[in-house]
Design a protein around this ligand. Structure first.
Ligand SMILES: Nc1ncnc2c1ncn2[C@@H]1O[C@H](COP(=O)(O)OP(=O)(O)OP(=O)(O)O)[C@@H](O)[C@H]1O
Ligand SMILES: [Mg+2]
Length: 293
């Protein structure tokens, strides 16, 4: 067999290592904002936010992932990055958002969250103004803005979820997680300017189990809240998720063909397809401001 010439071999190698070409998609005038929330903690929000962001960027979207879990931010752990600056520096007006933004992949940027900070409503007027001011700049800089929120019903979560175009509520099939998911949905439905709410069932043992979980929750929400809860999809229980977390790597990269990765790719497709250009509605920033007024 004849040897491949050196320059051709290195070109081939570069091609193999290069991420797949990103399809050309018309950029949006204003980002679509997705809040990722849950009633109970530890149900998989951060893993879904991180891997979904990567999957959406691979589909050609300009994605910005914000660690909005103010107080216990940890998305950086999954990306295995140690950033010197985070949202707390923006709040203190020491840095601008673009100075703390980290490039992860082509089409994917990340804003590290502020650990050890209080509730957004506890921030001084000045600090909150700084945050809102900076966030408003993001809307025109990306196609999708994903917010990894903290667990439960805090003012932060209500503010972000009410201002987002869509809230993905993550639950597992466990009754405790489901009860807390319903409680969150109920409070969201009563807060001003409720966005579209969709359910993602994580750690399901089968698509059938995930469907049954969605049907049960959707029926209750319809009956008692008069609210339609869309099924965004499911992520199967998969040991590759825990292994990837321990390796500090997103599972969609670490085990691209594992069941959880396949589920997230399908979730990205569904989220992307349900896409309406939100340019005509008032922006995320305006809605966030009106939440506090
Ligand atoms: N699909 C899955 N299959 C198996 N294990 C999973 C799956 N999703 C999440 N896990 C496990 O659950 C753990 C918690 O996940 P993650 O940190 O994403 O939850 P979270 O909702 O963001 O938590 P918190 O509320 O503390 O922010 C992971 O470290 C992983 O071990
Ligand atoms: Mg988390």
């Amino acid at each position: 067999m004849s040897a491949i010439p050196l320059d051709q071999a290195s070109r081939l190698r570069a091609l193999m290592n290069a991420p797949p070409p990103r399809p050309a998609i018309a950029p949006r005038r204003r980002a679509r904002v997705l809040a990722i929330a849950s009633g109970k903690g530890g149900v998989g929000k951060t893993n879904i936010a991180v891997n979904l962001s990567i999957a959406l960027a691979r589909r050609g979207r300009r994605v910005l992932l914000v660690d909005a879990d103010i107080g216990t931010a940890n998305v950086d752990v999954l990306f295995n990055i140690k950033s010197r600056f985070d949202l707390s520096h923006v709040l203190r007006r020491q840095k601008r958002l673009d100075e703390i933004t980290v490039k992860i992949d082509p089409g994917l940027r990340f804003i590290p969250g502020a650990s050890g900070l209080a509730d957004i409503t506890d921030l001084s007027r000045d600090h909150r103004a700084a945050l809102l001011d900076e966030l408003s700049r993001l809307e025109t800089q990306c196609d999708m803005l994903l917010l990894d929120c903290g667990a439960g019903i805090s003012q932060n979560v209500l503010a972000f979820a009410s201002a987002a175009d869509e809230t993905l509520v993550i639950t597992t099939p466990e009754p405790t997680a489901l009860t807390d998911a319903y409680a969150l949905i109920k409070v969201l439905s009563q807060s001003t300017g409720t966005s579209l709410i969709s359910l993602v069932v994580n750690q399901a043992d089968s698509p059938r189990e995930a469907r049954a979980v969605h049907e049960r929750l959707a029926a209750t929400a319809e009956r008692f809240l008069g609210l339609r809860i869309a099924a965004a999809g499911q992520v199967l229980r998969d040991p590759c998720v825990g292994l990837s977390v321990r390796a500090r790597a997103p599972f969609i990269r670490q085990y691209p063909r594992c069941p959880a990765a396949t589920c997230v790719a399908a979730l990205a497709e569904r989220v992307d397809r349900r896409d309406s250009d939100p340019s005509d509605s008032p922006g995320f920033f305006n809605r966030l401001i009106s939440f506090f007024n």
